[in-house]
Design a binder for this molecule. Sequence first.
Ligand code: AMP
Length: 458
Amino acid sequence: MSFASLGLSEELVRAVTERGYTEPTPIQAQAIPAVLSGGDLLAGAQTGTGKTAGFVLPILQRLSDKSVKGPSEGRAPIRALILTPTRELAAQVEESVREYGKHLKINSMVMFGGVNINPQITRLRSRVDVLVATPGRLLDHVQQKTLDLSHIEILVLDEADRMLDMGFIRDIKRVLALLPRNRQNLLFSATFSDEIKTLADGLLNKPAMIEVARRNATAETISQKIYPVDRDKKRELLSHLIKERNWFQVLVFTRTKHGANRLAEQLSKDGISSLAIHGNKSQSARTRALSEFKSGALQVLVATDIAARGIDISELPHVVNYELPHVSEDYVHRIGRTGRAGNEGEASSLVCVDELKLLADIERLIKREIPEEVVPGFEPDRNAKPEPILRNQGRGQQQRAPRGGQGAGRTGAPRTPGATAKPAGAAKPKPAAPRSGNGGGATAARNPSSHRPGGRHH
Ligand code: AMP
C-alpha cells in the first residue's frame, strides 16, 4: 500500500518519501482515510506505531484543501489544535507538522510551559494554522487573552490516557469549552480506562474506531531479561552490566524523580556519563540531556515514566528498568523504546524481592514469562524478606513502609516460595486480583535467588 493510495496529496507524499517512509504503518493506513473523511476518530495506539503521522498528514491535507481564511501574514485564526501531555511530545509533534508540511503553506507553533511566555505571545501575533500545546500553558495564554481558539476546526488529544494520568482532565475540559461546537475531534490513547471512555463519550460524535496491536508487547525484536538482585546491590549491578557488556545509549527508568537524580549522580561517580530527565528539570536541561543522549555523547539517560513518555528515540539499543513500574502498562511503554523499526533491542529489568508482585503483574499483562539471568557476584539473598514499596507521593526516592507496616496495598505481599499455582485465566490484565499469602498467583512462584521452579515452565 502506498501513501498516495490513501488519498494524500502529492506534496504530502513527497514529504514522507523524503523522510524515508516507503509505506504507511497499520495505524496510518487506517487513520489517514478516516481523518480525511472529516469524521471523529477514537484510536488506540501508542508511541512507536507511527500514530503522529497518522493524524498530522490528514490534518495537513484537510487544512490545505479548504480555502485558507485570512491573510498569509498577520493574525489569522488558528485552525487545528493538538494537545499533548508533555513538552517533549509537543515539540516532537510540532516538528512532524513542520516536516510533513514542508511543501505546503501551513504555519505551526509549539507552546508549552517552563519557558518564557513572551516569545510565544510574539509568535502568536503572526500566522499560526496548527498549534501544538500542553494544556497548562495554553490556558495561561487564554487567561492573558493572547490566544483565540474560537476558529478551531480540528482538535487532537494525543496520548489522552497520559494526560488524564497527569491530572489534566479539568484543564482539558476548560479548553473544550473554548472551542467552537462544530469541529472534528481525534482522540489517541494507548489504553482505554473508564475515564478515557467517559471523555471519549462526551467528546466524540460517532467516531471511527481504530486499534492497532501493541507492537511492543509482542515485538520479536525486543529481548527481555530479568536480573534478580538484592535491593541495595542494584546500582552496583547496573554499573557492572553497563561496563562489562559495553552498553551505550542506555535509557534507565526509575520510579521517582529523586531516584533518577541520585542514580544519575552515582553512575557518574562510577565513571559512566549520565544525566537525569524528569518534570522538575528546566526545559533547557531536558533538551540538552536529550540531545546529548541522542548524539551518543551521553552514555546513560535516567528517566521517570512521565518524562520519557512520547520521547522518540529510535534504534535505542538498551532500556533498563532499574525499578519496575507500579503500573504494568508502563513496562510496555518503557520497553517500547527499544527494538524499533526492526532493530534489535534489549530490555533489562533489575528486580529485587520487593518487586516480585509487580513482575507477576507485568508477566500477566504481556502474557509471557521473562527469562532470568543471575549475574555471578550479584546472587540475591535467598532469605531476604520483601518490604512494601510505598507509592511515590512526589518526593523522596523509593519509600518503604516501616517494618511490619502495610504499604499502599499493591505491593509487598509476603510470598511463599514453592507455591507454584498459576491462575488458569492468568492472561487477564489489571486490576490484579488481590492476593493473600500463598493464595495462588504467579508471584508466589518466583524466588529471586533461584531460577524458576520447574513448575513454571510450560
Ligand atoms: P510515532 O508513533 O508517531 O511516535 O512514530 C514512531 C516512529 O516511526 C517515528 O520515528 C517516525 O518517524 C517513524 N515512522 C512513522 N511513520 C513511518 C512509516 N510509515 N515508515 C517508517 N517509519 C515511520
